[in-house]
Ligand binder design. Structure first.
Ligand SMILES: [Zn+2]
Length: 359
């Protein structure tokens, strides 16, 4: 598929990503498709196959790179993956994200029997590490490879049940902190192992969203552990991680930047222009094309318009900008809409940028 005015890339995604992180010149604005589970259908696999089979996961990501010229690849522990390694049991629906079917901490006394899992043998950690090693071999010359981990707050919810954990924040804050301590220590232990590979590490903490908890709860229960995790990632020799939190995060942008994260990946519920004003001098911004309204339900023209809208608001972000979705790519998104987003990055994002093209 081609659009008039779309130029060929001059850099590989790996070269572009590296130059971007080092603040050096790049050929165009990077584009992140948040493809995730979407890749399953490219090889006729089920979504659950990606979470359970190293071979299928790697094959799906290679297919995604060939078909959509994805600009990154990697493995995610998944939102429940740290909790799983500690003792929660996950279910793997054929066409959906894994979910917790049995929580490890039903009573707080259960915490006495739980400990930091082995960084390789725990849960599906070895699955994640093997996928990453294979991707480094297969795609590592062309695209940056990353490992995604959940934030401690999200893991605590997946150990205890989110409803129970939310109640604990009010009724039993000391025990909530014990749970968060275990979640953070377990994540850091895995991150130290993952950091031995040539990858960047990213964090997603959806349960810590401003749409779920208050600003004060974020400050007391999510922020300190996220900051610790970010510091551990940097101490392990990795670049400053990307931090994704879903929903409305406007009230916590300052805290998100204070964690030390290098990049904030923002949901489409918030305004990139406002984020630029608030924290753009401290962090790269990534986002926030609408996954459902635009990608799934819209047309290629809608995708191009939404991409232009994002560029207009964030192209001049002081710390830089990456065109991306606000959250994961819906698995029923029409292929032409996915192509339309990468084409928009090529059409409007060439350096030197000419804002007249998209404003
Ligand atoms: Zn999200």
């Amino acid at each position: 598929m081609s659009i008039a005015g779309v130029k060929k890339d001059q850099m590989t995604a790996r070269e572009r990503g590296k130059a971007f992180m080092e603040g050096k010149p790049i050929d165009r604005i990077p584009c992140n498709l948040f493809m995730g589970d979407y890749a399953a259908k490219l090889i006729g696999a089920k979504v659950s196959d990606l979470h359970l089979s190293v071979e299928k996961n790697v094959a799906a990501q290679i297919a995604a790179h060939k078909i959509y010229e994805t600009e990154g690849a990697g493995a995610a522990v998944g939102l429940g993956g740290i909790a799983e390694a500690i003792g929660s049991k996950l279910g793997f629906p054929e066409q959906g994200a894994p979910y917790v079917r049995d929580f490890a901490v039903k009573e707080y006394a259960d915490l006495d029997n739980l400990s930091v899992p082995h960084p390789v043998k725990g849960g599906r950690f070895s699955h994640v590490l093997q996928i990453t090693e294979r991707l480094l071999e297969e795609l590592g010359d062309e695209v940056p490879i990353s490992i995604g981990v959940p934030g401690p707050f999200t893991t605590a919810g997946n150990l205890r049940g989110t409803q129970n954990f939310m109640r604990d924040l009010y009724k039993n804050p000391e025990l909530a902190h014990r749970l968060l301590r275990l979640a953070a220590d377990s994540t850091i232990s895995f991150v130290k192992e993952a950091a031995k590979l040539d990858v960047s590490i990213s964090i997603a903490d959806p349960t810590a969203s401003g749409s779920v908890i208050s600003e004060n709860q974020f400050k007391d229960f999510a922020f300190p552990y996220l900051k610790e995790l970010v510091e551990a990632i940097i101490k392990a020799g990795k670049s400053k991680p990307t931090l994704h939190i879903c929903g409305n995060t406007k009230k916590i942008w300052g805290y998100m930047a204070d964690t030390g994260a290098g990049m904030l990946s923002l949901d489409n519920q918030v305004d990139l222009g406002e984020a630029k004003q608030a924290v753009g001098d401290r962090v790269v911004l990534m986002g926030n094309v609408r996954p459902t309204d635009t990608m799934y339900l819209g047309t290629p023209a809608d995708v191009e318009a939404n991409a232009r809208e994002c560029l207009q608001k964030a192209y001049d972000n002081p710390r830089g900008y990456i065109l991306a979705l606000g959250c994961g790519l819906p698995i029923r998104t029409p292929p032409e809409n996915v192509h339309a987003l990468t084409n928009a990055a090529r059409k409007y994002g060439q350096y030197p940028l000419n804002p007249e093209n998209f404003i």
